[in-house]
Design a protein around this ligand. Structure first.
Ligand code: AMP
Ligand code: TRP
Length: 333
């Protein structure tokens, strides 16, 4: 039997997940588990690249496992695990760090954005080398596809460069070429208070958190920044607020942007439009929150993680062995 293709992705437990995480990543993951051998992990080592309170990190980690399950990931089909449980990630990282260059890492948008906020003397080496660890995550499992939001595609591109470089150097196909897969609609959800800025979990203003009270969610959507016009049209340049709300609506309704535009073509009151968007978001998020709470209280999380760690380690260690052999590290009994 031909081996199934593999899908892999992860989320950093650095804060409360947002509607952007849900639309760009979480809800996409389960679409792959029937056709791909799927690995979805919690990028907890990546969460250490900026200072974080230990108890906050720990709670976020548990939360994400519960969110994965609430979003429909089935542990029988998808290997769900913690990055830090599989030591091969750190080991492959220490080999691959020699295959990416200072120049290319310093051009990464995420690094530039995050390091800009810091004093140069206080930029952690881990923040700079972040894409090396991310490449290790992807390559350990020989993932064919990597479902991510827009902001992560640059890191996947860099991983592709690394694969090319590594395979060329050793004249064999050690790693498979991975490909980023973005959601059809909603790969970049913007902040509701400033629709020119990405919705992100480190910036609470105008962002919808998956754990927000339903009334707060409605309030945030009703007060989303729009323009002074009255047309519901997709035009990210001139109407970023309306375009963002249309994107959210289209994504959660599983329709295209054009279909969403069409639905609202006779509406001229932004208030009425926002109310319909809020209803849709709540229709999706309310049962999701309910499942999340049940899962958190059910005690299944540790079991899912311990089984996931075993499965993931088995595959990751096989790849690591192959890489060690390739580069000339001496393997013995
Ligand atoms: P992070 O929160 O950086 O760990 O991101 C986890 C996943 O969510 C990645 O695939 C991101 O690309 C995706 N993501 C994060 N923020 C957004 C957003 N505002 N819109 C769409 N996808 C997002
Ligand atoms: N860098 C990703 C983010 O910030 C998280 C991540 C780490 C990831 N390793 C990965 C995503 C491997 C996909 C594949 O969102």
């Amino acid at each position: 039997m031909e081996e199934r293709k593999r899908a892999l992705s992860g989320i950093k437990p650095t804060g409360n997940l947002t509607l952007g995480n849900y639309i760009g990543a979480l809800r996409e993951f389960k679409k792959f588990q029937d056709d791909y051998e799927t690995f979805i992990f919690i990028a907890d080592l990546h969460a250490l690249t900026l200072p974080i309170e230990p108890s906050f990190l720990k709670n976020n980690t548990k939360d994400i496992v519960a969110f994965y399950l609430a979003a429909g990931l089935d542990p029988q089909k998808t290997t769900i695990f913690l990055q830090s449980d599989v030591s091969a990630h750190a080991e492959l990282n220490s080999i691959l760090i020699n295959f990416l260059y200072m120049g290319e890492l310093s051009r990464m948008t995420q690094f530039k954005e995050k390091s800009q906020k810091l004093n140069h003397e206080a930029i952690g080496v881990g923040l700079f080398a972040y894409p090396v660890l991310m490449a290790s995550d992807i390559l350990l499992y020989n993932a064919d596809i990597v479902p991510v939001g827009d902001d992560q595609t640059q890191h996947v591109e860099l991983t592709r460069d690394l694969v090319h470089r590594f395979n060329e150097r050793y004249k064999k196909e050690v790693f498979i070429m991975p490909k980023a897969v973005k959601p059809k609609v909603g790969s970049r959800i913007m902040s509701l208070s400033d629709p020119t800025r990405k919705m992100s979990k480190s910036d609470p203003k105008g962002d919808i958190f998956l754990k927000d009270d339903i009334n707060i969610i409605r309030k945030k959507i009703m007060s989303a920044v729009t323009d002074t016009g009255h047309e519901i049209k997709y035009d990210p340049e001139n109407k970023p607020g309306i375009s963002n709300l249309l994107t959210i609506y289209a994504s959660l309704s599983d329709i295209t942007i054009e279909e969403a535009e069409n639905k609202f073509k006779d509406i001229t009151q932004y208030g009425e439009f926002k109310k319909t968007v809020a209803d849709k978001v709540i229709e999706v998020i309310e049962p999701f929150q309910q499942r999340y709470k049940e899962i958190l209280n059910s005690g299944v999380i540790d079991q899912v993680l311990s089984e996931g760690a075993k499965r993931a380690s088995y595959i990751a260690n096989k790849t690591l062995r192959k890489v060690k052999k390739t580069v000339g590290l001496y393997l013995h009994e």
